[in-house]
Design a binder for this molecule. Structure first.
Ligand code: FAD
Length: 340
């Protein structure tokens, strides 16, 4: 569906973990909602960046992979049949509480009484290295910024670039199946959890990971999108070519609010300040939750986004039902459609 006109109580911008849980919370309060995401699939960072990595700090889940968490969140909203408009970015937002109008990049028009922005890092994208011919190798998957399927790298020679947690975690994880791993960083020291650093030292000592420091990426070698080598150089101009079929670059996420920055909502450093008790932004009727929301003491954790989703949905109830007091009820009392 594209170019559609739809009306709903609440539009949720972003179908990452917090947007999905906001759909559950709105539905439990009997408010209609619609999920919109710029990506073609739900899941936000969990699916786009680390579907096969276990998360250890989701309450009651000792370990759950990013992709599996999203499957469970999707299953949780299944009884409510929440419509999903995927593969389209919300570009425009006008109106006021009770009567908002949103436009998407595919020409849809959405009328909503309230808005929840669960857009994570906003215009979603990795920081890309400035290398000649990069796009050609991105298209074929020779150069990547996330690991969707570890099995893709079985028996392969890889260059992993970056000095933080992601680069080190993936170097350690993929060292179990790759043929060779070069870990390239522009400094001698890596910035990661002490436990990861000691595992890295061990992997280097055993020869399963080769540390290439202090080197920066310089160029890509190969043809027709097939990578054969990655050129790296020191600041003094000493150049080396590392034989590799893949380059995995972990230089962090580009945080840019994209069109959201133009909607007249207060913002600070690519995040949206909210009232902590309700998650309302500076624009009445518009709420922000998850990574994009900020307030004193904010932790960019999925579990905190879940709690923000519940607070925003309860605050929105008064906008959707102006003459009705909210009677607070536990889910154990309410149940979900189809529950006994
Ligand atoms: P996101 O997951 O970023 O989803 C936002 C969605 O909004 C995206 O799908 C994007 O496409 C969409 N969007 C943005 N702008 C628009 C627009 N204008 N129109 C339509 N759609 C839009 N957290 C933990 O709690 N525990 C962990 O162990 C953990 N490990 C992590 C490991 C890695 C490698 C990474 C990268 C992150 C990790 N995180 C972890 C952080 C966690 O993934 C984020 O806190 C979480 O994904 C934030 O969820 P969100 O729903 O706010 O945003």
């Amino acid at each position: 569906m594209s170019g559609a006109t739809v009306s709903t109580d609440v539009v949720i911008i972003g179908a990452g973990p917090t947007g999905l849980f906001a759909a559950f919370q709105c539905s439990m309060l009997k408010m209609n909602c619609i999920l919109v995401d710029a990506l073609d699939e739900i899941g936000g960072q969990c699916v786009a960046l680390y579907p096969e990595k276990p998360i250890y700090d989701i309450p009651a889940c000792p370990a759950i992979e990013g992709g599996e968490l999203i499957e469970k969140l999707s299953e949780q909203i299944e009884p409510f049949s929440v419509p999903r408009l995927l593969g389209r970015r919300v570009e425009g937002l006008t109106g006021s509480a009770g009567d908002f109008r949103l436009e998407t990049s595919k020409g849809d028009v959405i009328h909503a009484k309230a808005v929840i922005i669960a857009a994570g890092a906003g215009a979603f994208g990795p920081n890309r290295p400035p290398l000649e011919g990069l796009e050609e190798y991105e298209t074929t998957g020779a150069v990547r910024y996330s690991v969707r399927r570890k099995a893709d790298f079985e028996g392969k020679s890889l260059v992993i670039a970056g000095g933080g947690d992601s680069a080190i975690d993936w170097a350690l994880s993929l060292s179990r199946l790759a043929r060779k791993i070069y870990l390239v960083h522009r400094r001698d020291k890596f910035r990661a959890a002490p436990e990861s650093l000691s595992q890295l030292e061990d992997a280097i000592a055993r020869g399963v990971v080769e540390k290439i420091t202090p080197y920066q990426l310089k160029g890509l070698q190969g043809s027709d999108g097939k990578l054969t080598g990655v050129e790296v150089a020191t600041l003094q101009g000493e150049v080396r070519t590392l034989e590799a079929e893949h380059l995995l670059a972990f230089f962090g996420l580009a945080t840019d609010l994209g069109p959201i920055a133009q909607w007249g909502i207060d913002q600070t450093r690519s995040t949206i300040p909210v009232t902590p008790s309700s998650c309302q932004t500076s624009l009445p009727g518009v709420y922000a939750i998850g990574d994009i929301a900020t307030y004193p003491g904010k932790l960019k954790l999925i579990l905190q986004g879940f709690s923000e989703a519940a607070m925003a949905a309860h605050a929105i109830y008064a906008i959707v039902n102006p003459n009705q007091a909210l009677h607070f009820e536990y889910s154990t009392s309410k149940g979900v459609p189809g529950s006994p």
